[in-house]
Design a protein. Structure first.
Length: 225
């Protein structure tokens, strides 16, 4: 962790391209991304999902039910989410359950919420401990591209390399190439391929809206004071 904080985690190199006569300029990561990054993300995701389950438990208890089956109705589609009403979420009052469904916690509805559940259910050591880097914008500033050459933005996930440019015989790239990286955690199918901070921020906002709506509805029903 200290090495990642204090030392440049990547270097720029120029290597021969597989195509004879061509050169590639790359960014290579030379320090592993700390696993603690994904541990923190996993903990944050679990706390967000737990807040939704705790809200279900609270309204279930307040309505006089046992609360053992008061899970937030996540599902892979609307039908599966709705089926929770008679299964894992049956202790939640119907009005509150229907309110939860309006937030579409399923694939094809609110994919960020659906992905939150998938991220939390995944095997921690198989998914969240494998952070990957996704390149952002690659731009040439105050420079020129001459002849057989090009600015690229090709991320090689297997080798943790970003190809910035390719230059052929007689070609050149001059100037500053600006680039950025975003840290992704989990399966991109579940998180939408979004940078981890952006993804968690969006989910946190969704969770806050849901909790506020449940609180208002529960007060209106006389469950909360």
């Amino acid at each position: 962790m200290l090495a990642f904080d204090k030392l440049p985690p990547y270097i720029e190199v120029v290597e021969d391209d597989p195509e004879p006569g061509w050169k590639v300029r790359k960014v290579k990561f030379n320090i592993p991304i700390p696993w603690s990054f994904s541990n923190i993300t996993f903990d944050a995701a679990n706390q967000l999902r737990a807040a939704l389950d705790q809200a279900g438990f609270a309204v279930a208890i307040a309505s006089g039910n046992a609360g053992r089956k008061a899970h937030f109705p996540f599902g892979d589609d609307l039908l599966q989410s709705a089926s929770r009403k008679t299964q894992q979420s049956k202790d939640i009052p119907e009005v509150i359950f229907n309110l939860m469904l309006t937030f579409q916690p399923y694939f094809g509805g609110n994919n960020s919420l659906w992905g939150l559940n998938k991220l939390c259910n995944a095997n921690k050591h198989e998914v969240t401990l494998k952070p990957v880097i996704k390149s952002g914008i690659v731009q040439l500033q105050r420079g020129t591209v001459v002849g057989p050459a090009a600015i690229t933005n090709i991320w090689d996930m297997a080798s943790n390399e970003l190809v910035l440019s390719r230059v052929g015989p007689g070609g050149s790239v001059s100037g500053d190439i600006n680039y950025s990286f975003s840290l992704l955690v989990g399966d991109p199918k579940h998180t939408g391929g979004k940078p981890v901070v952006q993804y968690l921020d969006e989910v946190a906002q969704d969770v806050e809206r849901i909790l506020e709506a449940i609180d208002r509805e529960a007060i209106g029903l006389g469950l909360f004071t």
